[in-house]
Ligand binder design. Structure first.
Ligand SMILES: *[C@@H]1O[C@H](CO)[C@@H](O)[C@H](O)[C@H]1NC(C)=O
Length: 334
């Protein structure tokens, strides 16, 4: 009898564990598409599924597509489960991000997850970035590989944004934390933003700087979104009236980085990080103030690219990278 009870308990806790680490991990309400989002562009390349809880956005030779949250938010926890297109996806970019470029054209803020497609057999890479108050000349990109194939299944991608901290998560793993420093000034995103999900042709930009272009023989490219969580303080972008209960790290389940999570971040970064502006000596002689230099991360990146990350100075022949344009510029040009 105890044996069966044991099995029952095991099954129960296994299910419980799966729930804990998947979409509903933080016990935050999951919204339907219509409660959370509206159509942004791309006509019928946005499809809301019958259950109302998931949406597909696709890219074909005519257009990409995307959706945008109905509200703007000042701080909170925002997430979606995403399944990326499979097979040959060079040049295809899927983005899940926050921005207020429509409201503040000259001094917008942005917090980005960007998924960069790749040639067959190579996994998608994921890029994170932030801009504050129009700081598009700085660029705080990082790129990582993933420990799974993101086109095989849904995985949860989340942004935690509070007054002094931004954390990016993949499933339950925090992959990047940015703490506001005084020297960052307006570069730390601080005005209300909308959530966006888009798919577009990044041929000129995404895969090895545009070496592999989107091949429409494999279109349509379909990205699937579900488990919409928008747990934030919805505000008017201009008046910015205070919310009654503005989200703070301790009011968001899982909003405080524990020492266990700190270990997860470190492990992730020393295994999967492929690029970080903090170590890019060809761009910054002195890393920006928010960078926390970690010798293991530095070592890993030097192994990839001794010139960019090696700290060898190239006086008089510094690389001129095209400054990374903001996503807003790209979406509004569609
Ligand atoms: C943001 O940019 C505007 C316009 O460029 C400037 O007036 C303002 O002082 C900046 N704010 C911060 C906090 O840096």
């Amino acid at each position: 009898m105890n044996f069966y009870l044991g099995i029952l308990a095991f099954v129960f806790f296994s299910v419980f564990h799966v729930l804990l680490v998947s979409g509903s991990s933080r016990n935050l309400p999951i919204l339907s598409f219509d409660e959370a989002y509206s159509h942004l562009f791309g006509n019928d390349n946005l499809m809301v599924l019958k259950d109302g809880k998931s949406a597909h956005i696709s890219l074909d030779e005519r257009t990409g597509s995307g959706f945008v949250s109905q509200d703007l938010y000042l701080h909170g926890f925002f997430s979606a489960s995403i399944k990326l297109p499979a097979d040959y996806t060079a040049g295809v970019v899927v983005a899940f991000y926050m921005s207020n470029g429509d409201v503040f054209e000259k001094n917008h803020d942005e917090i980005d997850f960007e998924f960069l497609g790749n040639i067959r057999g190579k996994n998608w890479r994921i890029q994170t970035n932030i801009y504050g108050n129009g700081s598009t000349n700085v660029g705080r990109e990082e790129r990582y590989g993933l420990w799974f194939d993101p086109s095989e299944d849904f995985h949860q991608y989340s942004i935690l944004w509070t007054e002094n901290q931004i954390v990016f998560y993949v499933d339950s793993v925090p992959i990047r934390e940015i703490k506001r420093t005084e020297a960052m000034g307006g570069d730390f995103p601080s005005k209300p933003m909308s959530l966006y999900a888009t798919i577009w042709d990044g041929s000129d930009w995404a895969t090895n700087g545009g070496r592999y272009r989107v091949n429409y023989k494999y279109a349509p490219y379909i990205a699937e979104f579900s488990d919409f969580v928008l747990h934030g303080c919805a505000v008017d972008p201009i008046e910015q009236s205070k919310c009654e209960a503005a989200p703070t790290p301790d009011s968001i389940p899982g909003g405080i980085i524990t020492s266990e999570q700190r270990m997860k971040i470190e492990n992730f970064r020393k295994k999967h990080m492929q690029y970080s502006y903090c170590y890019d000596h060809s761009r910054y002689n002195v890393p920006p103030s928010e960078c926390i230099i970690n010798s293991k991360e530095a070592e890993r990146l030097r192994g990839f690219d001794p010139v960019t990350f090696g700290g060898v100075h190239h006086r008089g022949k510094r690389h001129h990278r095209s400054s990374s344009r903001s996503i807003q510029a790209k979406t509004s040009s569609i």
